[in-house]
Design a binder for this molecule. Sequence first.
Ligand code: KG4
Ligand code: ZN
Length: 341
Amino acid sequence: MEEKDIYILAIESSCDETAAAVVKNGREVLSNVISSQIDLHTLYGGVVPEIASRKHIEKINQVIESALEEANMTLDKIDAIGVTYGPGLVGALLVGVAEAKAIAFASNKPLVGVHHIEGHVSANFIEHLDLKPPFMCLIVSGGHTHLVVVKDYGEFEIVGRTRDDAAGEAFDKVARAIGLGYPGGPKIDKASKEGNPNAIAFPKAKVDGSPFDFSFSGVKSAVLNYLNHGQMTGEEVNFNDVAASFQHAVVDVLVEKAVLAAKEYGCHQLALAGGVACNTTLREKMKEACEKHHISLYYPSPIYCTDNAAMIGCAAYYEYKKGVRHGWDLNAVPNLKLGER
Ligand code: KG4
Ligand code: ZN
């Protein structure tokens, strides 16, 4: 007998995007609606949690309605409601969680809470139908930098993590220091194209005794020191060179460790996940390295790398298939650990 199609309505509100999507059988995106608050937070140089929560409340109903409409769906055809319940900003998460609970309760549908980072990893399943666990995944977002073996859907073994800043956080802080503003990652990516990546030798942080761990605070401080030195001595600083050299230092470490981890753990497939996976140099350098080491490389299109609800729908599908159901007591968990339920 043919298996019944499963339709998930997914909601994501962990940071500054209010998003909803309808996903069929975990891999087919029928709609992916994102209402970004970036312009608003840019005024303040970063995400203001209180403003984020208020904007989510204003937008969420409309975003969900559009997601259903674009998918040509009505709520009665939906099998389950998936929602990000952590990690993220507590007030922002609560809006999505409360909304999902209300919809699930009123329509008598199962509720499936999703880990935001599991969502980022699952974004790879949308466009790569051949990608199946096990594989190595480099997760590089604004809040996380992890190397994980994806052993099965939703099953992770963490083999490396950052000791301080996340990769995206380092991009954002350096961008602010050189006056590029928020969000820093895409701006550094762009400025780097006009700069020389070998102009300044910023440190490529190694963590003693932990070949798969990361540390980005050293390179960030080195950039700040370089800028201070320029200011004090009056020497001209080429910001494009600073951006390109910083990016070069970070990307080199990400590529080296991800490839090493894939080889060490016997993974022939490596996937990238999270906002920093949009970075054009990271994609290029990772591709070169993977070709050299006969590893198949996967990464989502940029729209699925940064925060979106399609990736949450994907992850929710696999959790749903495993039988995961959450009760009406589901709460936002701002510091939810990967692999926790
Ligand atoms: O995954 P994401 O959308 O949100 C979190 O879950 O944190 O990641 C956002 C991060 C930000 O730090 C942003 O600067 C970074 O991803 N980012 C980039 C690029 N696009 C977004 N970093 C480097 N290069 C990019 N092109
Ligand atoms: Zn994210």
